[in-house]
Design a protein around this ligand. Structure first.
Ligand code: UD1
Ligand code: CA
Length: 453
C-alpha cells in the first residue's frame, strides 16, 4: 500500500530550441524537474522514479534529489515511458504519474488525486479551459468518464470538448501494469499512449474520478521559452503575494524575483527590481532599495540597503546602512549600526558596531573593530600575488583617505593614520602615523607647448 511516484522526463523539448534537456531549464533558479521532485517528495512516497532519455547524463548530473532513474532510449509515447518505470511497483501500491515539465502543481492537488484512488477507481487531473487545443480531451457518458482522446485522434465532435487531461493521474499498481500490457500504438501519432489505460479501466469495471486543480497554472506544462517566462511570472506573483500577506510592503509585485526562500519579519519594504537568490532573510523594518541583488544573506532589524547594492553570503546586523552601489561579497559581516557607503567592496570582512566605510574603498580579509572610520579610497592590499593576508583595525581607529593597508598588518586601538599613507607594519595604539612624499614647489613652471608643424 505504498505511494510510488513516476515522473516522465524523457522528451527532448524541441520547441525550447536548446542544447539542454527541457526539464533542466530553470524556473525561479531551479530546474523544472527539481520543482516537481520537491513537491512530490512531500507526499512521503516509497519511491520516485524519473524516466529520462534525451540528455539523460546531463539530467542525472544536475538533479540533486535522490531518485531512481529509468532509461527510455526511444520516445515511443507516454505509455511506453511509464512501462520503463514499473520495476519494484507492487500490485497494491498506488502510483502517481506526472511530468517533469509541469513544475507548479501543488502538493495538495497531488494529495487530492491520491485520496480518490483505490483498487476500483483511478484519479485523473482535469480542467475546463476556454481553449483546449493540443490537449487530450476527457470523454464522458452521462457524466462518467469513459476515456481520453488525443487531439490528433479526436473527431470533430470530440474536439469541441473543453475538459482536458492535465496529464497527472493516480492508479493502482496492479491495474497499471495490466493495462500498459494491453495498449498498442495504432493511433494518429503511432505512439503508446498512457491515456489509453482509461478506456481499458472503464471496460474492466473501474471508475475514473476527476480532480481539478485550484489554479489552472498548476496543470500548465512548459514547451517553449515563452511559456517558461509566463510560468516564472505566475510563480513570482505568488511569492510576492505570500510576502505581502506576511507583512512586507512590495512596491511592485510584478517586479520582484525570489529564486529560493526569503524569510521575513514584518514592516519590511522591498522596492522595485530586487532579486533574492538562495536562502535569505530579513528581520523587521528592513528597507531594500530598488535594483538590489541579495544572495544567501541575512539582514537585521531596521537595516537600510539603498539602491543598486549587491550582497552575497553576508550577515548584516540591526540598524546598518548599506549603499547605494555597495558590493558585499561572501563573508561580509556587519555589526549593529555599521555603514557601508557607495562604491565600497567588502569581502570576508567583519565590520564592528558603528564603524563606517563610506566611500570608494576595498576592505577584504579584514577584521574591523567598533567605531572605526575608514576614509574614502582606502584599500586593504590583501593579496601578495600568491597568498591572502589579514588586516586588523582595532576599535576607534581612524584611517585617512587614500590609505593602502598592506596586509598582514594591524592598526592598534584609537590610532590615527594620516591621508595617503602606505602602511606596511603594525601601528601602535593612540598614535598618529602617516607616510607622505615630500612636497615640491617649482615657481614659474612652464607647461610644455605643442610644436608647430
Ligand atoms: C500528453 C497527454 C495528453 C495531455 C497532455 C497534457 C498522452 C498520450 N497525452 O500529451 O492527453 O492533455 O499530455 O500536457 O499522454 N514523455 C516521455 N516519453 C515519451 C513521450 C513523452 O518521457 O515517449 C514525456 C515528455 O517528456 C513530457 C510528457 O511525457 O514531459 C508529456 O509528453 P508530451 O509529448 O508533451 O505529451 P502530449 O502530446 O502533450
Ligand atoms: Ca506536452
Amino acid at each position: 500500500m505504498a505511494i510510488r511516484i513516476i515522473v516522465l522526463a524523457a522528451g527532448k523539448g524541441t520547441r525550447m530550441k536548446s542544447s539542454m534537456p527541457k526539464v533542466l531549464h530553470r524556473l525561479a533558479g531551479r530546474p523544472l524537474l527539481g520543482h516537481v521532485l520537491d513537491t512530490v517528495s512531500t507526499l512521503n512516497p516509497a519511491s520516485i522514479t524519473v524516466v529520462i532519455g534525451h540528455g539523460s547524463d546531463q539530467v542525472k548530473q544536475t538533479i540533486t534529489q535522490s531518485v531512481n532513474w529509468a532509461m527510455q532510449t526511444e520516445q515511443l509515447g507516454t505509455g511506453h515511458a511509464v512501462q520503463q518505470a514499473l520495476d519494484g511497483i507492487e500490485d497494491d501500491d498506488t502510483v502517481l504519474i506526472t511530468y517533469g515539465d509541469v513544475p507548479l502543481t501543488r502538493s495538495d492537488t497531488f494529495k487530492g488525486l491520491l485520496d480518490v484512488t483505490s483498487k476500483d477507481q483511478l484519479g485523473l487531473l482535469s480542467l475546463i479551459v476556454d481553449d483546449p487545443s493540443g490537449y487530450g480531451r476527457i470523454k464522458r457518458v452521462n457524466g462518467s468518464v469513459t476515456g481520453v482522446v488525443e487531439q490528433k485522434d479526436a473527431s470533430e465532435e470530440e474536439l469541441k470538448i473543453n475538459e482536458i487531461n492535465a496529464g497527472v493521474l493516480a492508479v493502482n499498481g496492479g491495474a497499471l501494469r495490466k493495462y500498459l500490457g494491453e495498449i498498442n500504438n495504432e493511433n494518429a501519432q503511432g505512439e503508446y499512449y498512457l491515456t489509453d489505460i482509461f478506456e481499458l479501466a472503464v471496460k474492466a469495471g473501474q471508475t475514473i474520478q476527476t480532480v481539478h486543480p485550484e489554479d489552472e497554472w498548476e496543470a500548465e506544462g512548459i514547451n517553449s521559452r515563452e511559456q517558461l517566462a509566463e510560468l516564472e511570472r505566475v510563480y513570482q506573483q505568488t511569492q510576492a503575494a505570500m510576502l505581502m500577506a506576511a507583512g512586507v510592503t512590495v512596491r511592485d509585485p510584478a517586479r520582484l524575483d525570489v529564486r529560493g526562500t526569503l524569510n521575513t519579519g514584518t514592516d519590511n519594504e522591498i522596492d522595485v527590481n530586487c532579486v533574492f537568490i538562495g536562502d535569505c532573510s530579513l528581520g523587521n523594518n528592513v528597507s531594500i532599495g530598488p535594483n538590489c541583488v541579495v544572495i544567501d544573506s541575512h539582514i537585521g532589524d531596521g537595516t537600510v540597503v539603498q539602491a543598486n547594492s549587491v550582497l552575497e553570503s553576508s550577515e548584516l546586523g540591526a540598524g546598518c546602512h548599506v549603499g547605494p552601489f555597495a558590493r558585499l561579497r561572501p563573508g561580509s559581516k556587519l555589526a549593529e549600526g555599521a555603514k557601508i557607503g557607495n562604491f565600497v567592496e567588502t569581502k570576508n570582512a567583519s565590520i564592528g558596531a558603528g564603524s563606517k566605510v563610506n566611500h570608494l574603498s576595498y576592505v577584504g580579509d579584514s577584521e574591523v573593530g567598533a567605531r572605526v572610520n575608514v576614509g574614502a579610497g582606502t584599500i586593504t592590499a590583501n593579496y601578495d600575488g600568491a597568498n591572502k593576508h589579514r588586516t586588523v583595525l582595532e576599535d576607534g581607529v581612524s584611517i585617512g583617505s587614500n590609505t593602502v593597508l598592506v596586509a598582514p598588518v594591524t592598526v592598534r586601538e584609537d590610532a590615527t593614520i594620516g591621508a595617503s599613507s602606505t602602511i606596511t607594519k603594525e601601528v601602535s595604539a593612540k598614535s598618529l602615523t602617516f607616510t607622505r612624499a615630500q612636497r615640491t614647489d617649482i615657481d614659474g613652471w612652464k607647461r610644455p607647448e605643442k610644436k608647430k608643424k
